[in-house]
Design a protein around this ligand. Structure first.
Ligand code: PEP
Ligand code: MG
Length: 906
């Protein structure tokens, strides 16, 4: 097949390709070529490229030079095989198979036995010494060709086949004799003629050309399009077409076909895993017509082929350095390889296989890290519902925080706490949650809300606590007053009924679904040791992979935690500090009244009294936290949410006051509260009086917090501890805001230093979570020793999306329309929000080269986002304690992928 230099080559012999050419030859073609070049027994053939397919799909015609190339390759094939396509006395038959870059199992077309005709069927009978086989092959061709190439309704053939069996009084097609099949061929040809207005093509080359077109066309078939959308496979890749000489597994008991894995895709164990079907073609295995036998039995039936197969599997594993799955056929005792590819595997097997391959010396640690993902690790960390259990689905929401939780339905926090204290496991069901629900959330096994998205209060807090959460389950009607929830089918869940929620899939079930625990979490918690004699094999593999990642990564990993318990867990999970301590959680519960007093204060004295009451409590919080994280940095963020969040609900309070007034029994405090609530009420609280703005208008608030931090640090130092507090200012939009806060903070710190006789180093930095802050990062860096990107708010403000509303209201539509592939609140929007992060990091460092850069939005624990933060050069990511192992792993993977590993990260 001479091809001139300047002409594009559209056809490659199997001997010409290799496994790296998947873009051009598709996965199947590239791997067939690779196996051919390894000297493995692959039936000879050639591949038409995806480029040819693209030309065809664009213009409706094959590229002009393709036909000649196919001719040249076919002639070469005929010569090698010593027979011609469809030759009457000794026919060469070929299969025409699709094969895209990414596996799309069963989504596109394949035609077998091309080359059979009224004439060559006799030649095949002689060749095979089996007339029945020849006619059966011919009827399969007409059936498959009729359906996929000519577009005839497949049922017409099925019906005719059924009819033939009925007429003969048999139940399987194996019982049809040569004569019956001959009659069936005539019947099938009639169907083709009637349905298409033309005869079944007898010319072998015409059959082949039409089949090639049909495979090209099948790229745009409905099934293929749907699959691509689901799997996010680009629509413009096109498929390659593989033309392969036929081998037959249905030539008698010494023939057969099978599939195998080089090791167990469920456990990773090495051994013989696969199925074999004697006297059958590949399609029979897939169709499940007869029961297959375990591959190990092939040893008994055909030891020579079995031994050869084992040898080949070893060659493939060593060559691909990974688990491979294969398809093979044995034709009268001769083994043929029809396909191989790197096989899919479960999350657990992925970890085990990666370490096994390192032990075998096949891959190094950096490569091992590419063989697993953070998503797989996350899967391994959550207790799961038993897949085999029977379930009754009530509805579905957003999978907000993974895990499997079972408990009795409760509709308010008070009941959640009360019931859990008496030993009941409960699921807290709310329309949405707010800081008031914290106790209830802590007391619950899991949280279910009918409103809110992945960054809603329920979702963020649940993830922080490692609690299962399904949010935004809009189809479930939650009625907290009546204490019930109604599912779409009318099923009603009353308080006390048992429900099960799956935070990995968003599914909500009625009743108890059995749960299996995760040994991997036991390991991270330190309750299971990887070195123990009887240590779980999976745990050992995870342990080793984490060590590889830690050695490799450049990014540090910190935790978002605001109490000692979370901090200690984060430390056990490998956190190298706290990147975000949200102090608002310290203002709830019993302290709420003090906050109310602060808000209601009319005079400086009243305000100062309220602040002085809060100070020792804040200080105690920080002492505990600094002790838990001794020797590691703790970034404390000053108060962020709008103050009205600390006051009672406006509607409830209004009703209470109105009722009291009607009874002429108004309570003075309630009246003042109501006034304050009205005053602080905002239409868009997320864009209102919060963050640094609050610190600037409520005198003494930030000063009190800074004092608490400084005094706690001094106390820890005096106790010979090593506190490393950092003070972080939220929602800064301009450097002036920061300068004012800084001045006051420095004054307070100096006072504490003087009073305690201790020198304190308390770096002061800011969150970058507003576009203006990002755009003026060069100026802001003048007053900040560190930046922490608050990508939750930054996403909200860059897109103009309300983080509490949009995910439930229209994100599903956006995802369906392909406006984005994943929520920008989940994975950083690299082009928009990400480019601001990149620019701000650069501008900040230009002003202050040693500026420390981190991220503490939810994206800090998201695998894809971690890679982005590695790439833009941040120093650390901060995420909820339960996501720390995933962030460590992904930071290691990112470094390994970019060849920028380093051993200084831990
Ligand atoms: C953020 O905005 O990304 C952030 C971490 O702060 P919060 O979620 O508390 O607003
Ligand atoms: Mg924020």
């Amino acid at each position: 097949m001479p091809v001139t230099e300047d002409r594009q080559k559209f056809v490659y012999d199997f001997t010409e390709g290799n496994k790296e050419l998947k873009d051009l030859l598709g996965g199947k073609g590239a791997n067939l070529a690779e196996m051919t070049n390894l000297g493995l027994p692959v039936p000879p053939g050639f591949t038409i490229t995806t480029e040819a397919c693209k030309v065809y799909l664009e213009g409706g015609e094959e590229p002009p030079s393709m036909r000649d190339e196919v001719t040249a390759h076919l002639e070469a094939l005929e010569e090698r095989m010593g027979k011609k396509l469809g030759q009457a006395d000794n026919p060469l038959l070929v299969s025409v198979r699709s094969g895209a870059k990414f596996s799309m199992p069963g989504m596109m077309d394949t035609v077998l036995n091309i080359g059979l005709s009224d004439e060559s069927v006799a030649g095949l009978a002689v060749q095979a010494g089996d007339e029945r086989f020849a006619w059966d092959s011919y009827r399969r061709l007409i059936q498959m060709f009729g359906k996929t190439v000519l577009g005839v309704d497949g049922e017409l053939f099925e019906d005719a086949l059924e009819e033939a069996k009925r007429a003969k009084g048999v139940t399987t097609d194996v019982d049809l004799a040569a004569e019956d099949l001959k009659a069936l061929v005539a019947r099938f040809k009639d169907i083709v003629a009637k349905e298409t207005g033309r005869d079944f093509p007898q010319a072998p080359r015409e059959q082949m050309d039409l089949a090639i077109r049909a495979v090209f066309d099948s790229w745009n078939g409905d099934r293929a399009k749907l699959y691509r959308r689901q799997e996010r496979i680009p629509g413009d890749l096109g498929t390659a077409v593989n033309i392969c000489s036929m081998v037959f597994g249905n030539l008698g008991p010494d023939s057969g076909t099978g599939v195998a894995f080089t090791r167990d895709p469920a456990s990773g164990h090495q051994g013989v895993y696969g199925d074999y079907l004697q006297n059958a073609q590949g399609e029979d295995v897939v169709a499940g017509i007869r029961n297959t036998m375990p591959l190990a039995e092939l040893e008994r039936i055909d030891k020579a082929s079995y031994d050869q197969l084992m040898q080949i599997m070893e060659t493939l594993e060593t060559h691909y350095k990974d688990l491979c799955d294969i398809e093979f056929t044995i034709e009268r005792g001769k083994l043929w390889m029809l396909q191989t590819r790197v096989g899919k595997r479960t999350a657990g097997a992925a970890f085990r296989i990666a370490t096994q391959l390192v032990d075998q010396g096949l891959i190094d640690e950096a490569e091992a890290l590419q063989r697993v993902t953070g998503a797989q690790l996350a899967q391994l960390m959550f207790p799961r519902f038993d897949e085999k259990a029977k379930t009754e689905l009530l509805g579905r929401g957003i999978a907000a925080s993974p895990g499997a939780a079972v408990g009795r339905a409760v509709f308010d926090s008070y009941t959640a706490v009360k019931w859990s204290r008496s030993g009941e496991k409960v699921i807290l069901i709310r329309r949405e949650t707010n800081p008031d629900d914290l106790d209830g959330m802590i007391a619950s096994e899991g949280i279910l809300t009918s409103r809110g998205g992945k960054t809603s209060h329920a979702a963020v807090v649940a993830r922080g606590m490692g609690k299962t959460c399904v949010c935004g389950a809009e189809e479930l009607e939650v009625d907290t007053k009546q204490r019930k929830m109604t599912a779409p089918g009318g099923v009603v869940v009353q308080e006390g009924d048992v429900v099960s929620i799956d935070g990995s899939s968003g599914k909500v079930y009625l009743g108890e679904v059995p749960v299996v625990p995760s040994p991997v979490v036991e390991y991270f918690e330190g309750r299971m040791h990887a070195g123990a004699d009887d240590a779980d094999e999976l745990v050992q593999a995870v342990h080793r992979m984490m060590a590889y990642a830690d050695r490799m990564r450049r990014l540090r990993v910190r935790a978002n935690a605001d109490n000692a318990e979370d901090a200690l867990r984060a430390r056990r999970f490998g956190a190298q500090g706290i990147g975000l301590c949200r102090t608002e959680h310290m203002f709830l519960g019993e302290r709420r009244e003090m906050v109310e007093r602060l808000i209601l204060a009319d005079t400086d004295t009243e305000r100062e009294e309220a602040l002085s009451a809060l100070l020792p409590l804040q200080k105690a919080d920080f002492v505990e936290l600094f002790e838990a994280m001794d020797g590691l940095p703790v970034t404390v963020r000053l108060l962020d949410p709008p103050l009205h969040e600390f006051l009672p609900d406006i509607t409830e309070l209004s009703v209470r006051v109105a009722l009291a007034e009607a009874r002429e029994d108004a309570n003075e405090n309630d009246l003042r509260l109501l006034q304050a609530v009205h005053k602080l009420h905002e239409q868009n609280p997320m864009l209102g009086l919060r963050g640094v703005r609050l610190g600037l208008v409520i005198p003494g608030l930030f000063a009190m917090q800074v004092r608490a931090i400084a005094e706690a640090a001094a106390e820890r130092k005096n106790a010979k501890g090593d506190p490393r507090a950092e003070i972080m200012i939220p929602l800064v939009g301009t450097v002036q805001e920061l300068e004012i806060v800084r001045e006051e903070a420095e004054r307070v710190i100096a006072e504490v230093e003087a009073a305690s006789g201790t020198g304190l180093k308390l770096p002061l930095g800011t969150m970058i979570e507003l576009p203006r802050a990002a755009l003026t990062a060069d100026q802001i860096a003048e007053a900040a020793e560190f930046f922490s990107f608050g990508t939750n708010d930054l996403t909200q403000t860059v897109w103009g999306f309300s983080r509490d509303d949009v995910e439930a209201s229209f994100f599903t539509a956006y995802l369906e329309k392909g406006i984005f592939g994943v929520s920008p609140f989940e994975t950083i929007d690299k082009d928009g929000v990400g480019s601001l992060v990149r620019a701000a990091a650069k501008a900040g460092r230009a002003t202050r080269p040693d500026l420390k850069l981190g991220v503490c939005g939810e994206h800090g624990g998201d695998p894809e986002s971690v890679h982005f933060f590695h790439e833009v050069g941040l120093d650390y990511v901060s995420c909820s304690p339960f996501r720390i192992p995933v962030a460590r792993l992904e930071a290691g993977r990112a470094a390994a992928l970019n060849g920028k590993g380093g051993s200084d990260s831990r």
